[in-house]
Design a protein. Sequence first.
Length: 456
Amino acid sequence: MAAPLAAMLPYAATLFSSLFLFSGRYPRWQAAFLGKQIDRAAHSSTYRVVINTRLSAERKGRSRPMKLVIVSMTFDPSSLASAYRALKLAKYLARAGCELELVSADSPDIHVTEINGNLLRIPYRPPLRGSSLAARLISRLLVLPEPQRAWVKPAVRGALARLRADLPDAVIVTSPPHSIQLVGVALAQELHVPYFADLRDDWITNEQLRWHTPLHRFAARMCEKTVVSFASGVFLPTEIIRSRFVERYPQWSHRIYTLTNGYDEDDFNAIDFDPARGLPDEKMILMYSGGDYGGFITSRLSILAKRMKEIGLQRAWHIVTAGPADWPPAQYRDVWTHLGLLSHQLSAQALLKANVLLLAFPLGVGAVSLKIYSYLRSGLPIVYIGECGAATDLLGRFDGTFVLERHWWPKLADWLDENGPIFLSNYPRPGIEEYSFHSLTGKLLEIIKWTRSAES
């Protein structure tokens, strides 16, 4: 009897938290999270007045910069992948002449972020303080669908206090964690302005996400539905993810867009510091930049390094890595150099020192990672080892990309030795400019302007 009761405790905890969090004491935007009908028409008619007033003022010559609010859990460059898209969108929106208000849970040096805008820091406080395993577990169980949702209410309260006096033209929320998209829903309702949801990853159909209980998954599904139904535009990073959203929400397909990740041209033009100094200039360099995927990359590069030493390829080739892992194993340090964890700018500079770039994922992962766009921009040959999917579809559009199946790892050193001459050239890649954040931000702005005009 005790065992079944113990098994029910997590579900009881989440049920209790849902009843508490979504009680009538909270604003109406939280009621929408429960799946209640949203009066979008009434909301749209209200902010239509605001938009019409501003558009008429602009037509009469009293134009002003478009004011945008960007919400992200972090804009800190040291957060790397977590902050990259938010940073670059903000950077190039500011260059396009937009006036920015940034809402974040951290407080980076605004000059380091290269953003011209005001930063409002609203700290994230976990539901249960403490770093113990028990505290983290209870926090995950008490807040649906994820702990970061506890940041939504203070973020809305702090943002409203600043924005009511000077209303923005639109609100953009970029995530994950995706539950913070509720900040955009709330701000749009309270301020009567358009809201755009920017999702850097899939949500309900994300194979990498694991929901703690069925209630967590149900809450995430309702949250996703609320966001898609309420947003004036939903931006997704690949066409595959967009097709999944359109399949789930065909009634709102007209406002679901693909806005890919990309690269920053400034990262390749910077010459302040050479992170690859000390690397052997006389050898061909095979470079991998990124995470270890739970030891997957370490084991595969060790196979490569071992075979290089067996056939004497270390005299002509050298492995270089950059990322958070503890590389390389001691027995391969004569053929493998690790640069450590680099910023995106320093990583881009390091790529240009290589001859061949390696792209690899473990089984079940064929996603389009952030680094693939910088890889393509470099003009260097790219060797991909893994499953076919969205990544190989993108690589197939450009010259100088080589796709190998997973069983090629033991033979990779021999393949590099046999095909050395093809890695001596750079590959111009016409069309790669569409993936620069300068171009992507232009597309984003056009959609925002068109939406404001259409809904006016």
